[in-house]
Structures are given as C-alpha cells and as structure tokens.
Design a protein around this ligand. Structure first.
Ligand code: FPP
Length: 238
C-alpha cells in the first residue's frame, strides 16, 4: 500500500460542460480525459500517494448505449495512449470495479496497462470502472462468509473489500473526497473507505479542472482538523 494521502475524485460535469457549448456529451468526456491527464501529472508532487478516480458507476450502464460504448472506447484509448508515460513517471495503475461486463478490447488494454505499470512507486492511480460501493460491500461480505475460521473484524473485512473490487491489497481509507460539477452527493462511491473522509465540493465542471485546482483542494484539506470522533487536540489536555 502507498504512503501519502488518498484522494478520491468524482469527476462530474462532463455532459453539462459539452451541452453548454452545444456539443455532444462525448465531447465533454473526451475533454474530461484531458483533465485526468493533468491531475495525474500533478498529483505526486502534492503528497498524494493514491488517487482514485470515479470514471463509470455500475448504474451508468442505464445511460444510452451510444454514451456507454463511447465511454468504454475512451477508457481503452486513454490506457493505450497513456500507459508508457504513466510507467515513465512511476505511476502504478489499477482498475477497480467489476470486470465481467467490460468489453474484451478494454479488458486487454487494462491487463496491458496494469502489467506495464506494476513497478511504479510514485503514485497509485486507481480508476473505478463499473464500480459500485454497495456491490463492493455485498461481494466482500460473501467473501468473508466463505473464509471459514477467520475472525471477522474491520481489518479482515477491508481485505475482502479490496479483493472484491480487484484493488490490490486491502481497501484503504480515503483522506479527501472531491466532487466536481456542483452536485453534493457520494453516488455509491467508496462507501466504506469514506468513513472519515474530508469532503469537498467544487462548482467547476470536470473538463475545466486543473492540477492547480487539485493543489488548492489539498491545501484546503491540510488546514482542516481531523478528529476521527475524538475531541479536539486542545480539549484533551484540559
Ligand atoms: C460524470 O459526468 C462523468 C462520467 C460518467 C464519466 C467520467 C469520465 C471521464 C472523466 C472521461 C475520462 C476518464 C478516463 C479515466 C480516461 P456526467 O457526464 O454525468 O456529467 P453531467 O452531470 O454534466 O451530465
């Protein structure tokens, strides 16, 4: 597992960004892929050890087939185009989520990208595709039930949760959860992992997001006092 901050981002607003410009939604998703590129480049120097990006939820399959097919193609293109640079930058890529509903072509790109970047130590980049936090919890519970004789506690459950969604190792807590695009909800993302996450909502549409926005979000996070249910540091002395 990486040291450093775990930042997760719900990349919302691609569709509206495109519609506001009179363009098809997929144009917004393509611009969103450029924003992914910018934040991935910026993340390691901000003390981020793990960056988890929500690219496609289990419920996104309900969108029109032109959009879902276009997104799957975009993810494959991104992986094929970016893998060499990610490896050069020491970025280790994993795709988290269900894999059984992904097109074969995308799965091949995922396998190649994960293998090529496996030695990276500068940043763990996890892209959530066909991901559902609730499904992850159910799958983890099923795995835990099958592990007869093993104690069931938080640590063991977090391990099963990591395995259920093809993350390597155990699920690990999110420090900062950001959602762009002006909405303020979790949309079934990393429900267990966000137990004590700091939440941040940005009105900016995802295609406009920059490495500078990420730096500002991390700076804001660093100013917050995290208490994990305890009293503030000052009051425990009194
Ligand atoms: C939500 O915005 C965004 C998505 C469902 C897709 C996210 C995909 C990308 C950022 C594209 C590139 C990703 C990678 C990993 C290469 P929305 O389209 O629902 O926006 P809306 O709320 O404005 O309609």
């Amino acid at each position: 597992m990486q040291s450093g901050l775990h930042v997760a981002i719900i990349m919302d607003g691609n569709g509206r960004w495109a519609t506001q410009r009179g363009r098809p939604r997929l144009v917004g998703h393509r611009a969103g892929a450029e924003a992914v590129r910018r934040v991935v480049r910026g993340a390691p120097r901000l003390g981020i050890g793990t960056l988890t990006l929500y690219a496609f939820s289990g419920d996104n399959w309900e969108r029109p087939i032109t959009e879902t097919t276009g997104l799957m193609r975009l993810f494959g293109n991104y992986l094929r185009r970016e893998t060499a640079e990610l490896a050069d930058r020491g970025v280790r890529l994993r795709i988290i989520g269900r894999r059984d509903r992904l097109p074969g072509e995308l799965l091949r790109a995922v396998d190649a990208a994960e293998a090529t970047t496996a030695a990276g130590t500068a940043l763990d980049l996890r892209i959530a595709i066909d991901y559902s936090g609730r499904d992850a919890l159910v799958l983890a519970a099923l795995r835990a039930r099958g592990a007869i004789g093993e104690p069931l506690d938080r640590d063991h459950f977090a391990w099963h949760l990591g395995q259920a969604m093809h993350a390597e190792g155990r699920a690990h807590d999110v420090d900062l959860m950001i959602r762009t695009g002006g909405e303020q909800r979790l949309s079934d993302f990393l429900l267990w992992e966000c137990a004590y996450a700091e939440l941040m909502f940005s009105p900016k549409m995802w295609p406009e997001w920059t490495a500078g926005d990420l730096a500002a979000a991390v700076a804001d996070f660093q100013m917050r006092e995290r208490r994990f249910g305890r009293l503030p540091a000052m009051e425990t002395v009194a």
